[in-house]
Structure formats: C-alpha cells, structure tokens
Design a protein around this ligand. Structure first.
Ligand SMILES: Cc1cc2nc3c(=O)[nH]c(=O)nc-3n(C[C@H](O)[C@H](O)[C@H](O)COP(=O)(O)OP(=O)(O)OC[C@H]3O[C@@H](n4cnc5c(N)ncnc54)[C@H](O)[C@@H]3O)c2cc1C
Length: 406
C-alpha cells in the first residue's frame, strides 16, 4: 500500500520535490530507526525504498528457516523493544512483524518503488539532489541507509555459465523443498552457507559445502548462554586477544576441533578477525554436527564448474544437480552516491565504527558499522540528535535575524 499523499506529493508527481526534512534512502531496520529517532526529536523525514515492503532484505531475500543470529536484546531498534513473548532468537517472520509494528508505532510511511539512482550535493544550492527513476528530491540532509547487504555477490568461477542445472544465490533460496534428493554444491561456508546446508539436509538433499579458506565456528550458545552476549560481557573486562582465546577454548570444548573436518580456523581470533575484516564467525545452530556425521560434505576450493558438476582443487570431480551461491552481499552505495569521498570503492565508510556515521554537507550514514542492528541503533540516535541540533541552530539564526530587523 503506498503511503497517503501529503502536500508535497503533487510536486513529486511533477518530477521534483523539495523535502523540508532529511531524505533517508532505504526502509530497512536502519532507515526506519533513523526516521523514528528523528520523529522523537520532532523532525519529519522522507524514506525512499526501492522495494515494495519494509525490510525487503528480510521479507524477500532470506530463507524460511532464518532466525536472528544474535539474541533479541542486541537486535531491537531504538525506543521500542521486542514483544516480551518473543523467543531469544526471533524467527524471520517475527522480526518482520516487529519491524512493521515499529513503522506503525512511529507512523513512518516510506515511498515504495523509489530506487535512488543518483545522489549528489549541489554546492551552489547547498542541497542534496536525490534522483529516483521518476522524481528529483531536494534535501538539506541525506541519510544513506541502503544496507551493507544491498546486492548479492556473484563470484566469477570458471565454467559457471556452462552448468546445466539451476544456479541460485542464497538471496533467492527459500527452503530445501525443491531440492529433495538432489546433490547440491553450496559455495561458501559463512552463516548462510552453513544454514542452507543444514536446511538442505532436512529435505534429504546432499549438500557439498565448499570451504575456500578458513572459518571460525562458534557454538551459538554455551550452556544456555549466548556466545555473543558472553563475548560482549567479557570484552568489558578483558583485552580482546584474551577474549578471543577464551572463545576458542569454549568452542573446542563444546564443538570439538574443526580443522580435521576441513574447516581450519583463521590465525586471528573470531572478534579480532571481525574487527579487522568484517568477517563474521559462524554461530552454529546444528550444521557442524551434520558435518561431523558426514551428511554435509566439506569440499576444498572449486577449480572449475563443468556442465554436470565441478572439478575441485584437490583433484576430485563430482556431479551436481544444483548450485547455491552462499557468497554474501555487498553495498551498492558507490553506484549511486556521487561526488563524495566518504565511502570506499566497495561502498563502505572509510572511517570505521563508531566514526562512520557523519560526512560533510549534511550527509549521514546508518547501518554500515559491520555490527548488525546494534550498530544501527547507535548510528540512528547520533544522526537524529545531530540533525535536530542543526535545525535548531538554523531556526535560532532565522529568528534572531528576524528580530534584528525590528
Ligand atoms: C541472512 C542474514 C541474517 C542476518 N542476521 C542478523 C542478526 O541476527 N542480527 C543482526 O543484527 N543483523 C543481522 N543481519 C545483518 C542485517 O542485514 C542487518 O542487521 C539489517 O538488515 C540491516 O538493516 P539495514 O536497514 O542497514 O539494511 P537492509 O536491511 O539491507 O535495508 C536496506 C534497504 O535499502 C533498500 N535500498 C538499497 N539500495 C537502495 C536504493 N538505491 N534506493 C532505494 N532503496 C534502496 C533495500 O531495498 C533495503 O530495503 C543479517 C543479514 C543477513 C543477510
């Protein structure tokens, strides 16, 4: 349902709209969190979303069995908690219901079907020109909330085009229902690769998961306590390297060694690696047990995809019915934000968390912290406070200029 038309919509239809408040690109958790925090500060905003629903990553591009990887209290948005009856790890559908109730609670009605193709600061007008396919939005404040996971990463692999069976990215995978009894090559061993392989097993498919390098697998919970929560608590008291060592000892106690199963651990510990590269450790929800029992087969790097299967670096050759690319996602900011040197070519802020939320000329960035929704909340609160402060200063200037005329 499109949002109700407001006064400015007639102008928008004509192709140009001067937006009195900030323009937020993206109606995912980050965009909605910024809009809500602005509202708390009495600032109205306009959210532009390319999809036709809120949190389109979660609604359209995730698999059915997905649950939050982190406990709910690390994933709630500012000023509205999850319902108390939700489990510690809400399901995808519960998370979507929460996001929808969040938007309703703060009366946020994004303009759907608006893909921002270009945004650029106009120094003469001191405004951002934000161009969608059918409207030019002019605004003093631009908030980039288009997500670290805006586009699927499709790797270049020799022979992939020649494969005779279906090839899909995990963003198009819903469940193993259509893969019953199939031999499936899963490329990638992050959280998605592991969970898709686990799901395939539940439908009696035979997943072969490719592990190109190394990977940290941690139990999602240790004796009923979330490993992530434990790590966060320990980090308050202990140095990161020691926390990493403790996590690895715990992981070995709970899961056993992983290296012998074709899953060597990186040299840097899980949190150190996450901070240095953004690579998230796998929080295991059962896939490792299936690797140990041989139901999920672990394969070394692929040398080449053939018409009927794949040749591997270790010389093996196998036939497959389908290929699933669990190769992750990337930002799309570099393709549409022009004239700003705030982002890298990969579309991530050059300054790392907690400093990557504010650029020059009224540019703000939410949800690019590599810290999940926890980082989103921190960004949203700071962005809203900063914009509200700037607007108050402008109002103060205007009223003092007016007063001085009399
Ligand atoms: C499988 C999976 C599981 C995850 N689990 C967790 C978890 O448990 N906990 C956690 O904290 N994080 C998790 N994450 C990370 C998760 O992506 C984020 O925390 C959350 O979705 C980030 O919200 P966001 O609004 O920043 O980005 P997104 O949710 O990606 O929302 C961005 C929105 O911007 C829109 N958009 C993009 N480009 C444009 C454009 N040019 N014009 C207009 N609109 C545009 C997109 O359509 C999208 O709706 C998970 C990610 C994945 C992929």
């Amino acid at each position: 349902m499109p949002p109700p038309l407001n006064d400015a919509d007639d102008t928008a239809r004509a192709g140009c709209m001067l937006v009195p408040g900030p323009v937020i690109v993206g109606a995912g958790p980050s965009g909605l969190a910024v809009a809500a925090c602005l509202k708390i500060n009495s600032v109205s905003s306009l959210v532009l979303e390319r999809g036709s629903c809120l949190a389109s990553l979660w609604q359209d591009r995730t698999y059915d069995r997905l649950k939050l990887h982190l406990p709910k209290h690390f994933c709630q948005l500012p000023f509205l908690d999850f319902p108390p009856n939700f489990p510690t790890y809400p399901t995808r559908d519960q998370f979507v219901a929460y996001v929808e109730s969040y938007a309703r609670h703060f009366s946020i009605g994004p303009r759907f079907g608006q893909t921002v193709a270009r945004a650029e600061f106009d120094p003469a007008a001191r405004l951002w020109r934000v161009q969608s396919q059918d409207c030019l939005y002019l605004t003093r404040f631009l908030v980039v909330a288009s997500g670290e996971n805006a586009e699927p990463v499709i790797p270049e692999i020799a022979g992939l085009d020649a494969f005779a069976g279906p090839v899909i990215h995990t963003c198009a995978y819903k469940s193993g229902l259509g893969f019953r009894g199939q031999r499936v090559l899963v490329l990638g061993c992050g959280n998605s690769g592991m969970e898709v392989s686990l799901d395939l097993c539940r439908y009696n498919a035979i997943p072969h998961m490719v592990v190109r390098n190394s990977v940290h697998i941690l139990p999602r919970d240790v004796f009923g306590i979330s490993t992530f929560a434990l790590a966060m608590a320990l980090l308050k008291w202990l140095p990161l390297r020691l926390v990493d060592k403790l996590l690895l000892v715990m992981a070995t106690l709970v899961l056993g060694q992983t290296t012998g199963f074709g899953l060597p651990r990186p040299k840097i510990g899980p949190i150190g690696l996450k901070n240095a590269t953004g690579k998230t450790p796998v929080l295991d929800v059962g896939a490792f047990a299936l690797i140990k029992s041989g139901k999920i087969k672990v394969m070394k790097s692929v040398r080449e995809i053939t018409k009927r299967g794949a040749k591997f670096m270790d010389g093996q050759e196998k036939e497959f019915d389908s290929i699933i690319l669990a190769t992750g996602y990337k930002s799309n900011v570099a393709s549409w934000l022009k004239g700003s040197d705030f982002f890298t070519e990969e579309g991530m802020p050059k300054a790392s968390f907690p400093n990557g939320w504010r650029g020059n000329d009224g540019l703000y960035v939410a949800g690019f912290t590599r810290q999940g929704i926890l980082g989103t909340s921190s960004d949203a609160l700071k962005i809203a406070a900063d914009i509200a402060h700037k607007l108050r200063l402008t109002k103060g200037c205007k009223s003092s200029t007016r007063k001085s005329r009399y």
